[in-house]
Design a binder for this molecule. Structure first.
Ligand code: HEC
Length: 278
């Protein structure tokens, strides 16, 4: 063999080794007591994986295209207790509680969830302002009502998806007085809090997230924030205080209206009277 051919063979071999050396991340699925793990490669090779276009991608803030698997296919049809949720846990301590009927929907006239899978050979770009991408596993929404899915219901860097009882059944200390009328604004605030805040914050020590501070113990923000500053902080934390390691996101109007911020603050103020285990 000539030196040139030998060199080419060497390069090719290195290339092949390089391909094999790309580490594959795994995602764990625990659905109704059954646990399975999937690698990026296994998901990308599934016959139901498809190229999808996401017109308004919440994590990237632009339109994006992914290779993805319909989430409903992965979840299957197991019968689960009513009000069950799918808890999506991310590697950074974020944990979203997603209603089961939302994640299982396949009707494109509503919002349809897809699990986008990063191809290790073609890494995704970094998230705006972050040193990492949304991969390897990112839950995205398409369909006519995708825009109505809240910002914290687009978990990225997912490590595990697990079915769980509803948050208020799992953590009674998040609950309000059962005598409170169904139409009380505090109840609406509680449900917004569970969707948009519990993904990062605990309250009364309850919740799965490890990202932000507990919002009731030892002190509740309504006890030490001026009301206007608290409202302003939830809308856009950087407008109150900022530093390079800040992680609390801003909530634009389309993700939380002024009225909805007031409802969340009403729930926080109510819970300040129901502290557990300081
Ligand atoms: C993606 C994660 C994330 C979400 C979602 C989130 N927060 Fe935060 N929040 C944080 C983190 C982390 C901090 C600590 C400051 C920081 O690092 O930015 C924080 C700080 C706060 C503080 C200030 C506490 C203090 O004493 O300094 C308040 C109040 C707050 N969050 C309220 C909320 C409310 C209300 C919601 C829901 C509408 C919410 N957060 C959603 C991550 C989050």
């Amino acid at each position: 063999m000539s030196k040139r051919v030998l060199f080419a063979v060497l390069l090719l071999t290195l290339g092949v080794i390089g391909q094999c050396a790309i580490a594959q991340s795994m995602i764990e699925l625990r659905i109704g007591g059954k646990t399975q793990s999937f690698s990026q490669g296994a998901l990308l090779a599934r016959p139901d994986a498809a190229e999808i276009h996401v017109p308004v991608d919440v994590a990237y803030g632009t339109s994006t295209t992914y290779r993805a698997v319909p989430l409903a296919d992965l979840l299957g049809g197991a019968t689960l207790p009513t009000d069950s949720v799918l808890e999506a846990r991310a590697t950074d301590g974020f944990a979203a509680q997603l209603p089961m009927d939302l994640v299982r929907n396949r009707d494109p006239a509503k919002a349809v969830a897809w699990l986008a899978v990063e191809d290790p050979a073609q890494p995704w770009p970094k998230l705006p302002g972050k040193p990492v991408s949304a991969g390897p596993f990112y839950l995205v929404w398409i369909g006519s009502e995708a825009a109505s899915v809240r910002s914290e219901q687009w978990p990225y860097q997912i490590a595990q998806l697990a079915t769980q009882p509803s948050p208020s059944a799992r953590w009674p200390v998040l609950g309000v007085d059962p005598m409170l009328p169904a139409t009380d604004p505090v109840r609406a605030g509680q449900s917004l809090f569970i969707t948009q805040c519990l993904a990062c914050h605990r309250l009364n020590h309850a919740g799965s997230a490890d990202t932000g501070p507990d919002l009731n113990v030892p002190m509740n923000p309504v006890e030490y924030f001026q009301p206007a500053a608290l409202r302003r902080y939830i809308r856009n934390p950087a407008s109150v205080r900022d530093w390079p390691g800040r992680t609390m996101p801003a909530f634009p109007q389309e993700q939380l209206s002024d009225r909805e911020i007031d409802l969340i603050i009403a729930y926080l103020a109510y819970m300040a009277q129901r502290k557990v285990g300081r």
